[in-house]
Design a protein around this ligand. Structure first.
Ligand SMILES: Nc1nc2c(ncn2[C@@H]2O[C@H](COP(=O)(O)OP(=O)(O)OP(=O)(O)O)[C@@H](O)[C@H]2O)c(=O)[nH]1
Ligand SMILES: [Mg+2]
Length: 336
């Protein structure tokens, strides 16, 4: 049997191996993805993002426990922080995850952050798909909200939790990172801290100003391919019926976690009944095709070009002998 077939039959060792192949884009990656892809699309994929130290791992841990109590199987994908300043968190994450170890209904995977960040987003998407095909009911993806790459990763989730916490030097840290706008649910964790009510107030003020709701649509950019799916744009106005809720939690003792699970259920139902799920799927598919098409075209083109000639071309642009667009035209016309 193939590795993919073993994954589909629930073999955990095969799952771990398939994940390594897919994450590292090793030989066999395409075959695995092609076989598994038709079996994906069933899991509730939840992104958990926010500034460093807000309590994302603690929340993921609590969510996983709460979901297990409800009989759901849970996959966890931890995208390690890229910043060296938060590198020490990894060990801590492992320790907190220990509540879950030994439970066959939970599978935890840490992504290694290597290579380009765009590559990380794609690798994470594929790792999530393998877990989806392995029939985990819920997949939790933890990313540190630190910029566009994290936003890209979070975009592959159906529901995005943005975690805030009081007392990290700023009322609302996620504003700076530009991740608030992708929130479906805002979580104010560390609500055992008296300053939490200030954080809630700031967030509510922003919600009331209408700054957050539906901005998600604008994040969904990408040109030509998106134009080919008019339905995706038509749905936008009607699907704008979700009010981003604010949920307070204390992840260290589980306060607010049951309510958070309920909110996530409600959001999933909303996504399906409003047509927003289909819209997001269309946008994701178009945007992924767009990305992969660009990569493939560039790779195909550059494969046929000699490295030395390419270096010379770059040099001609540097020395103002050739305008950048003219250099590109030369490449495209294969006249190097
Ligand atoms: N007082 C309090 N502390 C908390 C709460 N949730 C998490 N913490 C603590 O905050 C620290 C950071 O928690 P993590 O769950 O590692 O936060 P994180 O967002 O995953 O951190 P990074 O992955 O490093 O970005 C830990 O010491 C936790 O024990 C909470 O609700 N209240
Ligand atoms: Mg963490």
């Amino acid at each position: 049997m193939s590795l993919a077939a073993d994954v589909l039959s629930g073999n955990r060792r095969a799952l771990a191996r398939a994940l390594s192949v897919v994450e590292g884009k090793l030989d066999g990656c395409f075959e695995i993805m092609n076989t598994l892809y038709p079996h994906t699309g069933n899991a509730h994929i939840i992104g958990v993002t926010g500034a460093p130290g807000t309590g994302k791992s603690s929340i993921v841990n609590q969510l996983a426990l709460a979901l297990r109590k409800r009989g759901k199987t849970v996959g966890v994908v931890a995208v390690d922080p890229t910043s060296p300043f938060t590198g020490g968190a990894i060990l801590g994450d492992r320790i907190r995850m220990r509540d879950l170890s030994g439970d066959a209904g939970v599978f935890i995977r840490s992504m290694a952050t290597r290579g380009s960040l765009g590559g990380l987003a794609q690798a994470t998407a594929n790792v999530v798909r393998v877990l989806d095909a392995a029939r985990f009911d819920v997949i939790l993806i933890e990313t540190v909200g630190a910029g566009q790459s994290e936003v890209d990763i979070a975009r592959h989730a159906l529901s995005v939790l943005v975690v805030e916490a009081p007392g990290l030097g700023d009322d609302v840290q996620a504003i700076k990172a530009g991740i608030l706008e992708i929130a479906d649910v805002l979580v104010v964790n560390k609500s055992d801290d008296p300053r939490a009510s200030n954080t809630v107030r700031s967030l509510r003020a922003m919600l009331d100003l209408g700054n957050l709701r539906s901005v998600r649509q604008m994040v969904d950019h990408h040109g030509r391919l998106m134009e080919a799916i008019p339905a995706a744009r038509e749905l936008t106005a009607e699907a704008d019926g979700w009010q981003v809720p604010i949920q307070q939690t204390v992840a260290t003792n589980g306060t607010g976690i049951d309510d958070l699970v309920s909110l996530l259920d409600t959001h999933r139902v909303y996504l399906i009944s409003s047509g927003e799920l289909e819209r997001r799927m269309q946008i994701l598919a178009a945007s992924e095709l767009d990305t992969l098409l660009r990569e493939s075209l560039i790779e195909r083109l550059l494969n046929g070009v000699d490295q030395v000639q390419l270096a010379e071309l770059v040099e001609r642009v540097v020395t103002r002998d050739l305008a950048p667009q003219a250099a590109v035209d030369l490449l495209l016309e294969n006249r190097l």
